[in-house]
Design a protein around this ligand. Structure first.
Ligand SMILES: [Zn+2]
Length: 266
């Protein structure tokens, strides 16, 4: 299948290719990931995701199309909702900083590429591809470290798996152009006063993420192609929506975060 901007997010394309967002979905919940691939479930569009998408669309020259496809960004009287007025201010701030903005101009915008990782076909769409670097734009709440129960304090790039994204992008670009390019995050915040940062993701971090992804990808592909049954995480929105009670839960289990899983296994 030949990928285009129009069919990139189609069910057909998602079935034919693995992507970074699929990989992240599988990491979170296999059952939800499979339902998303098959078009049976969509993560709800959060305002946070929509604001990021709005800014991305602006720099891709696709803002008008974005507005048409996402009417929820407007108030009933036709004006932009407050969050998107803020997005317009973030865009202005981004364009006002020469160093930051230089990472976003002069390259290819949203090129689509495909390649193979661990024997599985991947698709990527890069925010900004230059001759000497790969750049992804992120609109964050702020740059504060994030506490993850299983990992402790991590920076926002690790917390949101942007390092995994960089690793996959770098490898697919390498397969297409024959050299490995550094991966940068260009990040802006939605704080009252927008903060800006440009962060090169260390190569050893990208190497680690690629190696660990290579270990998981063949299994996820096998789940995707029906060789293995997807496991339910038991706690995500998809699992809640599709949960069928088979009995009651005990009083004591209410102190255990995993009680929904216990119900299914009973
Ligand atoms: Zn789940």
């Amino acid at each position: 299948m030949i990928l285009t901007a129009e069919n990139y997010h189609s069910i057909e394309a998602n079935k034919a290719y693995m992507s970074v967002s699929q990989l992240k979905a599988f990491d979170e919940c296999e059952a939800a990931a499979i339902a998303q691939v098959n078009g049976l479930y969509r993560n709800t569009k959060t305002t946070s995701l929509l604001v990021g998408g709005y800014v991305d669309a602006f720099f891709a020259g696709e803002l008008e199309q974005y507005k048409e496809e996402n009417p929820e960004i407007f108030c009933k009287n036709g004006t932009l909702r407050a969050e998107y007025k803020k997005a317009d201010l973030i865009i202005e701030r981004i364009q006002s900083d020469d160093y930051f903005y230089s990472f976003m101009v002069g390259g290819e915008i949203q090129p689509i590429m495909t390649g193979t990782i661990a024997g599985v076909e991947f698709k990527i769409k890069i925010d900004f591809l230059h001759d000497d670097k790969i750049v992804d734009l992120k609109i964050m709440k702020d740059f504060a470290p994030i506490y993850l129960p299983n990992r402790g304090r991590v920076n926002f790039i690790e917390a949101w798996h942007y390092d995994l994204q960089g690793a996959i992008y770098q490898e697919i670009v390498r397969q297409n152009i024959g050299k490995r390019l550094p991966f940068y995050i260009n990040a802006a915040t939605k704080e009252d006063e927008t903060d800006l940062a440009n962060i090169p993701v260390p190569q050893e971090v990208l190497d680690f993420e690629l190696e660990s992804a290579i270990e998981r990808i063949p299994y996820y592909h096998a789940v995707k192609t029906g060789v293995f049954e997807p496991e339910r995480c038991g706690v995500c929105n998809y699992c809640k929506r599709t949960k069928k009670l088979t009995g009651s839960v005990t009083w004591d289990s209410l102190c255990n975060n995993d009680f929904s899983k216990d119900v299914e296994e009973r």
